[in-house]
Design a protein around this ligand. Structure first.
Ligand code: APR
Length: 237
């Protein structure tokens, strides 16, 4: 199957990539639902409750303790998958990366068109005055980070119960629906509306690269159960 994948990448353009936490595990960032994932570790509350809008409002101190320790992965670097995607974009073969990840590794690897469906740890805003703060501000603060105006600074990350950014969704859907090849990688496709966006794909080649099986394996033209960084490192551009 890898040969067929490499052949497709070599011959095709108008490619879009849709990725999840599994794209960053080879950069040392755990995913969510694998056995060693974030959601299978023990906390005082269910992790998906902690990273919800209502919990953030109710218990911002506990939220930030969890967020700094578990969702900001200081020092993480892009891996082969991130770098190859940036090269494919530069070669004019890849139109966009659509990601559920908030780590910013695609941009760090050089990708220009990246639609971050769940936001980014690199963007933080005061809830009162809207002032922008970078990741370093959050990393270098303790407890609940406050703006110079006194307001609480909130990460620009889509928490459970929150809406995705409308413009980002529209751009991602437009890229997916116009693609000839859609590569889906490193995602369990279990969180909506993100996971539902892949149904807008109408092109000729649906490719799945995922360590575990996913709900749409049977719809894909090419399914590779393996590590996306390892598979992408074999691409010759
Ligand atoms: N290569 C390929 N696949 C991998 C790799 C890897 N190196 N590492 C992990 N995987 C696969 C796992 O088998 C799993 O199917 O990536 C998938 C990761 O799935 P999840 O942990 O559910 O992550 P994701 O799909 O991104 O979750 C979506 O859930 O809680 C929310 O906001 C959070 O954006 C996240 C969303």
């Amino acid at each position: 199957m890898i040969e067929k994948f490499l052949e497709t990448i070599k011959n095709k353009t108008n490619i879009v990539f849709f990725g999840g936490a599994g794209v960053s595990t080879e950069s040392g960032i755990p995913d969510f639902r694998s056995v060693d994932g974030l959601y299978n570790q023990k906390y005082d509350y269910p992790p998906e409750e902690i990273i919800s809008h209502s919990f953030f409002l109710k218990n911002p101190e506990y939220f930030y303790n969890f967020y700094r320790n578990k969702l900001i992965c200081k020092g993480a670097k892009p891996n082969a998958a991130h770098f190859k995607l940036a090269e494919l974009e530069k070669a004019g073969k890849l139109n966009a990366v659509v990601t559920q990840n908030i780590d910013g590794l695609h941009q760090m690897a050089g990708s220009k068109t990246v639609y971050e469906l769940h936001g980014s740890v690199h963007r933080n805003y005061c809830m009162e005055c809207g002032k922008f703060y970078g990741l370093d501000f959050i990393e270098n603060s303790t407890g609940i980070p406050h703006c110079s105006c006194g307001g609480i600074v909130k990460p620009d990350v889509v928490l459970y119960e929150e809406m995705l950014d409308d413009l980002t969704v529209r751009k991602a859907v437009s890229a997916i629906s116009g693609a000839d090849v859609l590569i889906i990688a490193g995602t369990s496709l279990s969180v909506y509306p993100a996971a539902g966006m892949v149904r807008y794909f109408k092109g000729s080649e649906l490719i799945l690269i995922n360590r575990d099986s996913t709900p749409i394996d049977d719809q894909a033209n090419i399914v590779i159960h393996g590590k996306v960084g390892e598979v992408f490192s074999q691409i010759k551009i």
